[in-house]
Design a binder for this molecule. Structure first.
Ligand code: SF4
Ligand code: SF4
Length: 487
């Protein structure tokens, strides 16, 4: 008799949430025709198949090679009471410290983008008070000791009336690197503001919204033709020498063909340290979004970088070991005329994993420049470069090499924030990008947008009440059995 065989490889089990009701859903990871899928099952809403990766080899590389022991925070702020992702956080079952901590200081914004995970806009007028901001900064320091990166975000943070007091408060704390997440309008329009901001450099980076060089894509994602203000902001940042990362929200069929153009655009500005690609997450305000049409996975973005950049190959874009399911990066050295020479193609897995930290920011570490300089001036084999390049990929720089600075390094980073559809609890537990709360919690970005932001908390309260009821039912169900057994 010939037995029937399932048309896929059953790779693993995991847990997710139901896309419709956000309650726990069992999930299987399946490999089929070179692609990876998550098959979810909700008792109430049935099955759902989600594409996790269109490159099974890369997925297996992330799962089987790019893993390292999790680095822990200094404290956990919440107990395990309801199970993941309903206990954030960080609860004791979280498996990564905060590489990047976000402090959202305002709900207000001078844009109302059709795509905004925070659902910010001009109509929302609330800013966090100074006391709340200080409490969030202190929560980060309590969790991290010395924080690697703190990102001041919003809404549009530059509109907060005490924006510079907030930067001062951050500077007064043990925080290595500050980022300001901005749409760039104020930088473009207000020269005095930008000059004052420049006073916080070095150790300050502008995380500049920069989705496209085309009007149509900007209208789709931002509801406005931002080409001119983006250009003005970038020219001003360049003139002031403020480290800048271009942040591209990527939507399939809208701007995923522009990744190479944006990288090349960034190359032309000396202030640009790299480009970060964030596929659209179905969270907050996401108008004109259909998952089947617009969703992108890390492996797809990785391929687009290789196809469009003219610089990086697939071998240059590597998983980041602290959370390889959702993060990938490539580094290059800047050369004459803005040319780029990729670094990461010279690495092997053991090189990356030998680093003593697993964070994702590179400025400020003295070993970085020394490591890179050594690699390219002495033409070592990949194996011999392990220490300096692992620092380059995962850690803050320790810069003391004579001729190479962070200005010579260009980074392309993919950051995928999972949403209800793609949520894999195994990967969520390794999230290293966390949003601070004034009550002392640090909540992974993905679960924050699903359960802990604004009105989403009412849904969380309902789910927790159901879990409480189920817990009580279980206790009631088990008690008679136990007493019979003892009798
Ligand atoms: S995501 Fe992390 S902090 Fe949140 S419940 Fe899960 S393990 Fe705990
Ligand atoms: S995405 Fe940024 S710029 Fe757009 S509305 Fe939201 S906070 Fe404002």
């Amino acid at each position: 008799m010939t037995r029937k065989v399932r048309p896929y490889l059953f790779y693993d089990t995991t847990q997710s949430v139901c896309t419709r009701c956000l309650r726990p859903a069992e999930a299987k990871i399946l490999v089929k025709d070179g692609q990876v899928f998550m098959d979810k099952w909700c008792p109430a809403h049935g099955t759902e198949r989600v594409l996790v990766s269109d490159d099974a080899d890369y997925y297996r590389l992330c799962r089987e090679v790019y893993v390292k022991p999790p680095e822990m925070p200094q404290r956990f702020a919440t107990p395990m009471a309801y199970g993941c992702p309903y206990d954030c956080g960080l609860c004791p079952d979280h498996m990564q410290h905060s590489c990047l901590s976000i402090v959202e200081i305002s709900d207000h914004c001078n844009l109302r983008c059709p795509t905004c995970y925070a659902a910010s806009g001009p109509e929302r007028l609330t800013h966090r008070s100074m006391d709340e901001v200080v409490a969030m900064l202190d929560a980060i320091v309590a969790s991290e000791g010395e924080a690697d990166v703190v990102q001041i975000s919003g809404g549009e943070p530059t509109l907060h009336p005490r924006f510079f007091d907030i930067l001062d408060a951050a500077r007064a704390r043990p925080i290595k690197h500050l980022m300001v997440n901005t749409n760039g309008l104020r930088i473009a329009q207000d020269a005095a503001f930008a000059e004052r901001l420049a006073g916080y450099a070095p150790g300050l980076e502008v995380y500049l919204q920069f989705d496209s060089l085309r009007r149509e894509a900007l209208m789709d994602l931002r509801g406005a033709d931002l080409r001119r203000p983006h250009g003005e902001a970038l020219a001003r940042l360049d003139a002031l020498g403020i480290s800048t990362t271009l942040v591209m929200t990527v939507k399939r069929g809208v701007n995923d063909d522009e990744i190479g153009d944006v990288i090349r655009h960034g190359q032309a500005f000396g202030c640009v340290r790299g480009v970060t690609l964030q596929p659209v997450q179905n969270a907050g305000r996401v108008e004109a979004y259909e998952a089947a049409k617009h969703r992108l996975t890390v492996s797809e973005l990785r391929r687009r970088i290789a196809e469009q950049s003219g610089v990086f190959t697939l071998a240059d874009v590597l998983p980041v070991p602290c959370n390889p399911d959702t993060l990938a990066m490539a580094y290059a050295l800047r050369g004459p005329g803005g040319s780029l020479t990729p670094l990461t193609r010279y690495l092997d897995a053991t090189t990356l994993l030998s680093g003593d930290r697993s964070t994702i920011v590179f400025e400020g570490d003295p070993a970085l420049k020394a490591s890179v300089f050594k690699l390219f001036s002495t033409n070592h084999s990949p194996e011999s470069q392990s220490n300096c390049l692992s620092e380059l990929l995962c850690c803050l720089p320790r810069v003391d090499a004579p001729r190479l600075s962070y200005r010579d390094v260009f980074r392309v980073l993919i950051v995928q924030f999972m949403d209800a559809q793609s949520l894999d609890i195994r990967a969520l537990k390794k999230s290293c990008i966390h949003i601070a709360r004034p009550d002392g919690r640090l909540i992974p970005f993905e679960s924050y947008n699903l359960f802990y932001r604004d009105e989403r908390q009412a849904e969380l309260a309902q789910i927790r009440a159901e879990i409480d009821a189920q817990r009580e039912q279980r206790r009631q169900a088990v008690m008679p059995t136990v007493s019979i057994a003892r009798a």
